[in-house]
Design a protein around this ligand. Structure first.
Ligand code: CMX
Ligand code: CO
Length: 145
C-alpha cells in the first residue's frame, strides 16, 4: 500500500530562515512554495530524490496563524518533525482500507496537497504518536501501469 516516503513535514516559525538553513547545510533545492489556506500553512518542498512512484521531499511548514494544526503544534511542542507522509497509488482507496482497519482518518474526502497532489491524514493517536499523511501524486497524464 505504501510505495515510498513522499515527505517528512517539519514545523517551523520562520519559513524563509529554515529554507536558507536547509539549502546551505544540505544543498537541497526548493521545488515548490505554496500557501494552503485549507491546511493553514505556508510551505516549501525541498527535493531529496526521485523514485519509481514519484519524488521524495522535505516539507517545511510555517503556520498561517496560532489556531491551525501547525500553529497549535508549535505552541505545544516547538519546532520539529510534524508528520510523515507516505506515497500511495490511490489515496481514496488507502483511506478506505486503513480506515477499515480501525485507524481514524481525519479527512472525509481527499484534500488538495502540494503540487497538485491529493492528501489525507491519519490520527497520530492511532499511529504510534506519528501524524501520518497519505499522498497520491498528481495525475501526470501517463498511462497507469
Ligand atoms: N504529531 C503527533 N501528535 C500530535 C500532532 C502531531 N503533529 N498534533 C497533535 N498531536 C497530539 C497532541 O500532542 C495531543 O496529544 P495529547 O492529548 O496526548 O497532548 C493530541 O494529538 C491532540 O492534539 P491537539 O493539540 O489538541 O490538536 P487537535 O486535536 O486539535 O489536532 C490533529 C490534532 C492531528 C487532529 C490536527 O493537527 C490535524 O487535523 N492535522 C491534519 C492536518 C495538518 O496537520 N495540516 C498541516 C500540514 C499540511 C500538509 O502537510 O500539507
Ligand atoms: Co505534508
Amino acid at each position: 500500500m505504501f510505495m515510498r516516503i513522499d515527505h517528512v513535514g517539519i514545523a517551523c516559525h520562520d519559513l524563509e530562515e529554515k529554507i536558507a538553513f536547509f539549502e546551505r547545510t544540505f544543498d537541497l533545492r526548493v521545488v515548490a512554495r505554496e500557501t494552503n489556506e485549507e491546511q493553514g500553512v505556508k510551505e516549501a518542498m525541498l527535493h531529496i530524490a526521485d523514485g519509481e512512484g514519484g519524488g521524495s521531499y522535505i516539507q517545511l511548514l510555517e503556520p498561517l496563524g496560532p489556531d491551525t494544526p501547525v500553529g497549535k503544534f508549535l505552541a505545544k511542542r516547538g519546532e520539529g518533525v510534524h508528520h510523515v507522509a507516505f506515497g500511495v497509488p490511490d489515496v481514496a482507496e488507502a483511506m478506505r482500507e486503513i480506515g477499515g482497519r480501525g485507524v481514524r482518518v481525519l479527512d472525509a474526502e481527499p484534500r488538495h496537497g502540494t503540487l497538485g497532489s491529493s492528501i489525507a491524514f491519519l490520527h497520530p493517536k492511532d499511529m504510534g504518536g506519528v501524524l501520518t499523511e497519505l499522498v497520491q501524486a498528481p495525475d501526470t497524464g501517463d498511462a497507469a501501469p
